[in-house]
Write a new protein. Structure first.
Length: 586
């Protein structure tokens, strides 16, 4: 341990002298109440410390003690369904012990030391193991089997391993290394949050993360292990999109990080997630969710750590061979915490006062995503998908955080307040959003959905872009001045927007749409377009085509359940042909 004394206090920043033996990113305890902090700069024997709690009451001369180890998280059974603050303190346990107001300096272990878990050993005594190898499991929840792994960097022969009922700190086994040393195995391991967990190989992202949100899956898909950002102004539906992704995505586990957002938004998550029935398992959504809450009324410095806490927990579950999604809301507030600490350190400011290393820090977060071949000898693979919300002031994505994020991520879902105000959700603007995974995922979609998927979804986007061009003309000369073909394009584009892209989160059949059903709706819309074009070529009037009753049935097609959609869509197609025949001159 290294002990120093405070010589300066500036908000969450504390400077202590006499810390020559301490290291960068060491955890320290500050003052009489032992507030938690982390060393973020060393100059000679002076350490600059960001304190993760309110610093009121500290004074010059107060003692600072370094633990001589970096900020780390505890990884083991008990993580799922829990809610932590930015430095992995269990908030529910803190409320139980100290009341609704968080007491300064409170030190509660992240994982319950009293609870017993039923451990089932799968490895045998005498087995040679290495870091990442699975030695057994604990059924942590009804939907997640928590695999107990050999910690990275440990290898040798199992000398002792026994199934039974254990707490996370109890010895469950022992490994003898080749140099004669012995390593105890427990259900828990620790890992520094700022260091990415190791893997054997990063794989090319070629499998989509299915979200059930039609605008995402069809037009701007994200791959398993991919990166995406959701920028948008206040009220544009970022939280709605994130909740839908958390609920419906085909991932095994969700780590939801509330970083600097309003407390009422996290309250909504806490109230809603336990009550939401997971559509994959029929159990509570919390049985495959870990929540990190560091809201806007919590200490600013802890926001910076919360992102790393969340993604380290996600990497741990990825190493078990699971597919994990990290949803960070929002990286803008995280960047504001960086800016505040940078200013107090008197560093040279970059654009709009953000530190010059903003982009590299953001990149360091998103680069920890990926589909990887896990360490261990069984050849399993896992994926970590990172999705960050960005909250630019006034929706201006030219500001530094949005621009830095766009240079890093591969998917951009640009939210539009105009769409949100017109009650079009998800309010993702199809004209300025993009996905760089679309070409890579074509093969999977063609093989698993339809050979026409890529062609048809590209056609949807082309029609929507054409509509945007035609709207400029309509504003000048009116819709009657357009040709029949252009008026048909406007009608089809309206059908794409209202009948396909718009979804109702409160309608169970519309909230999530399977890929076959999505393709069925696309095929229905384009079938109507093609048959209407043929009818117009033989003299049918566009006005009568647009007023056909079958148009309403196309609009309601998205609410047909999965068991009946094929039959229903075939009937609608027949009605389209019959209706157009009736209004076509003979």
């Amino acid at each position: 341990m290294t002990e120093g004394k405070i010589i300066k206090i500036s908000g969450p920043l504390v400077v202590a002298e006499g810390m020559r033996e301490a290291n960068m990113f060491d955890v320290v305890r500050v003052g009489e109440k032992k507030l938690i902090g982390e060393i973020i700069e060393m100059r000679s024997d002076k350490a600059s410390i960001q304190v993760y709690e309110e610093t009121a009451g500290l004074g010059r001369g107060d003692v600072v003690v370094s633990a001589m180890e970096p900020l780390s998280v505890e990884l083991g059974p008990g993580l799922i369904g829990n809610i932590y603050d930015g430095i992995q303190r269990p908030l529910e346990e803190m409320v139980r012990l100290t009341g609704p107001n968080i007491t300064k300096g409170v030190d509660i272990p992240p994982l319950n030391r009293e609870k017993k878990w039923e451990f089932v050993a799968t490895a045998k005594i005498g087995d040679e193991v290495t870091g990442g190898d699975i030695v057994g499991y604990v059924d942590e929840s009804e939907v997640i089997r928590h695999k107990i792994m050999v910690p990275p960097g440990t290898s040798g022969r199992i000398e002792y391993l026994l199934s039974g009922s254990y707490s996370v700190t109890d010895k469950i086994g022992e490994i003898a290394s080749s140099d004669g040393g012995k390593k105890e195995l427990t259900l828990m391991q620790k890992w520094p949050v700022r260091r990415a967990r190791p893997y054997k190989e990063k794989l090319s992202p070629e499998i989509p993360m299915i979200t059930g949100q039609r605008v995402i899956d069809a037009l701007f898909p994200i791959a398993m292990g991919g990166t995406a950002c959701v920028p948008g102004p206040f009220g544009s539906g970022k939280t709605v999109v994130q909740h839908q992704l958390a609920k419906w995505s085909n991932v095994d586990l969700v780590v939801y990080i509330g970083c600097g957002e309003r407390g009422n938004e996290m309250t909504d998550v806490l109230r809603e997630f336990p009550e939401i029935k997971d559509p994959r398992t029929g159990k509570s959504l919390m049985q495959r969710t870990v929540l990190i809450a560091n809201t806007s009324d919590m200490p600013v410095a802890a926001r910076e750590a919360s992102i790393y806490t969340g993604i380290t927990i996600a990497e741990y579950f990825r190493d078990m061979g699971l597919s994990v999604a990290v949803i960070a809301d929002s990286t803008s507030r995280w960047a504001e915490a960086l800016r505040e600490m940078s200013g107090r350190l008197e560093e040279m400011p970059g654009d709009e006062g953000y530190p010059a290393y903003l982009t590299s820090r953001l990149a360091g977060f998103y680069e920890r995503a990926g589909q990887v071949k896990c360490i261990g000898s069984d050849g399993r693979w896992g994926s970590l998908t990172a999705i960050g919300a960005v909250s630019p002031q006034g929706g201006d994505i030219s500001e530094p955080v949005s621009q830095a994020t766009l240079r890093i991520v591969k998917v951009f879902w640009g939210l539009d307040s105009a769409l949100a105000y017109s009650r079009h959700f998800p309010a993702i603007n199809w004209l300025n959003s993009y996905s760089l995974y679309k070409d890579k995922l074509e093969g999977w979609y063609d093989e698993n959905v339809s050979k026409k998927w890529s062609e048809d979804t590209a056609e949807l986007l082309r029609i929507l872009q054409k509509e945007s061009e035609l709207e400029e003309i309509v504003k000048l000369v009116g819709v009657d001045a357009l040709s029949g073909d252009d008026r048909l394009t406007l009608e089809v584009a309206r059908s794409i927007r209202e009948d396909y892209l718009q979804q109702d989160a409160f309608n169970i059949e519309d909230s999530f749409t399977s890929l076959p059903k999505q393709f069925g709706i696309v095929d229905l819309i384009l079938f109507f377009r093609d048959r209407a074009k043929e009818a117009m070529d033989t003299g049918a009037d566009i006005q009568r085509i647009s007023e056909l009753p079958v148009r309403e049935k196309i609009g309601r097609a998205k609410t047909v359940n999965d068991a009946e959609y094929k039959e229903t869509y075939s009937a609608i197609k027949k009605e389209i042909v019959d209706s157009l025949s009736e209004i076509t001159p003979r």
